[in-house]
Ligand binder design. Structure first.
Ligand code: F6P
Length: 465
């Protein structure tokens, strides 16, 4: 029997205290369906040589967690992954700081992943690597003799070649991606950008008429696999959580006001500064809403050791203070800004209670909060989604109110349109989006990817060790 092996930088063991991110939800949905192994960093850094992985098993899934050396982790995760690749792939060159030291640490952590994963592999495994932290892992595994199907899925955007070329070792990055049998992207845009990179490096002839990429002996299937959500589970979760204590208290505290809500990791790519300023424009332009709307922004802290994240945090604290200082009343706070996380079900319950969901990233691979907001709504009386055209989700959810997140006046106006939208139009837009979610849900996403991986040319098994 084949076994699915997923590999990602961070592993999240099932727990109730915090909402898992999109990657974790996707990986878990794939592994829970088939059983298998999830290999990655367990969240601990140490000062000595990392030992063998711990292998706890939960609900049919084996979690192989490794530790990383503190200094190396800092250069690899805070450095190369989040000060080089993340800003570059999200088109934020201002936040990018390249150094060869970081690049070397990125390579050596990928090497460590390959070395520690190798002894755990079985002859019939399908190996699915996730996200930008682990691009070289496929090559590292191939160099160690792994011939089983290897897939890579990029959860974040893939930049166009003119942006990618800013990265000194951009050619190595493209080369590394060609060591996978299947390379998956969130949107057509990302795939087109990847093709442009391949053409730039290997010439037009590398892309065959059937869309496959041929480099020497290797054939790569590069395709779009937009990540989805588990609609039924989210609907049930949202419905039940409405009666939970936390959601009820939040709802009662609104005192009949309309609720607008955002849920984002605290990251500059999420466009929170622009969003706050759009809200300020809204309050200025439509004073009739003063005292009648509450904007609840949940923004758990993230990557706190990276400078750009500390800076954005400070800007948001100032922006919240400015708006509340200027518009608040003795019995009304315009923005409730929380740097904490909640269990997933609680978030779903809050999203269901919201009249408006604000999802306005400046650039985003997909953005599952947009999809979760739609799934959480009561179809009879749904809230309105305001969605950035620069989020991957906008490709599918075109019945949302689409906005350019940099155009703060337009976003302010969209808030007004959303708050006053008649129920008939809300229902129509929502039904359209729900249908899209059902057509391409999370099970479809993982099934399509795994099927593509299964179909990739099987080579003789030779696992070194
Ligand atoms: O979706 C991008 C991503 O980097 C995922 O790989 C990760 O699960 C999530 O964002 C959270 O990021 P981090 O692990 O850096 O907190």
């Amino acid at each position: 029997m084949t076994r699915l092996v997923c590999v990602s930088n961070r592993i999240s063991l099932p727990r109730k205290s915090a909402a898992p991110g999109g990657l974790a939800v996707g990986v878990l949905s794939a592994l829970k369906r088939t059983g298998g192994l999830w290999f990655g960093w367990g969240g601990e850094t140490i000062d000595k040589e990392p030992g063998d992985p711990a292998l706890p098993v939960r609900e049919g899934v084996t979690y192989a967690t490794i530790e990383l050396r503190r200094r190396e982790f800092d250069l690899y995760y805070n450095g190369y992954a989040n000060e080089v690749l993340w800003p570059l792939f999200h088109y934020f060159l201002k936040g990018m700081r390249y150094s060869t030291e970081q690049h070397d640490a990125y390579q050596s952590v990928n090497q460590l992943f390959a070395e520690r994963l190798l002894p755990l592999l079985q002859p019939k495994d399908l190996i699915w690597v996730h996200d930008y932290h682990l691009i070289p892992l496929g090559r590292q595994l191939r160099e160690r003799g792994v011939r089983r199907p290897l897939g890579f899925f990029l959860h974040i955007p893939f930049p166009n070649i003119e942006m990618l070329r800013v990265l000194p070792p951009y050619a190595d990055l493209l080369h590394d991606l060609t060591h996978y049998d299947v390379v998956g992207f969130q949107t057509e845009n990302d795939l087109t950008a990847f093709h442009a990179g391949i053409t730039h490096l290997f010439g037009k002839e590398a892309i065959r008429s059937d869309g496959r990429i041929r480099i020497g002996e290797r054939t790569v299937r590069a395709e779009v696999f937009p990540i989805g959500v588990d609609v039924n589970t989210l609907q049930a979760e949202a419905f039940q959580a409405m009666s939970s204590d936390v959601v009820r208290r939040m709802y009662d505290s609104l005192m009949g006001r309309q609720l607008m809500m955002g849920v984002d990791r605290l990251d500059y790519s999420k466009g929170l500064v622009e969003r706050f300023s759009a809200y300020q424009h809204f309050l200025e332009a439509y004073p009739q809403y003063s005292g009648h709307i509450t904007y609840l922004q949940i923004a758990p802290l993230s990557r706190t050791d990276v400078r750009a994240y500390a800076e954005i945090r400070q800007s948001l604290e100032q922006a919240t203070g400015r708006t509340n200082g200027r518009f608040a009343d003795t019995d009304w706070t315009p923005i409730r800004y929380l740097n904490r996380n909640f269990p997933h079900a609680t978030l779903m319950g809050m999203l269901r209670a919201a009249n408006v969901g604000l999802v306005t990233p400046l650039r985003d691979g997909m953005n599952l909060v947009a999809k979760e907001f739609v799934a959480a709504q009561n179809p009879e009386d749904p809230g309105v989604l305001i969605l950035s055209t620069l989020a991957g989700a906008a490709r599918e959810l075109d019945a949302a109110l689409l906005v350019n997140p940099y155009d703060v006046r337009a976003v302010g106006h969209a808030i007004k349109v959303a708050l006053s939208m008649p129920r008939g139009e809300r229902r129509e837009r929502h039904a359209n989006m729900l249908e899209v979610l059902r057509r391409n849900d999370i099970a479809t996403w993982s099934r399509r990817f795994v099927e593509a991986l299964e179909k990739s040319v099987p080579a003789p098994v030779r696992i070194a060790g």
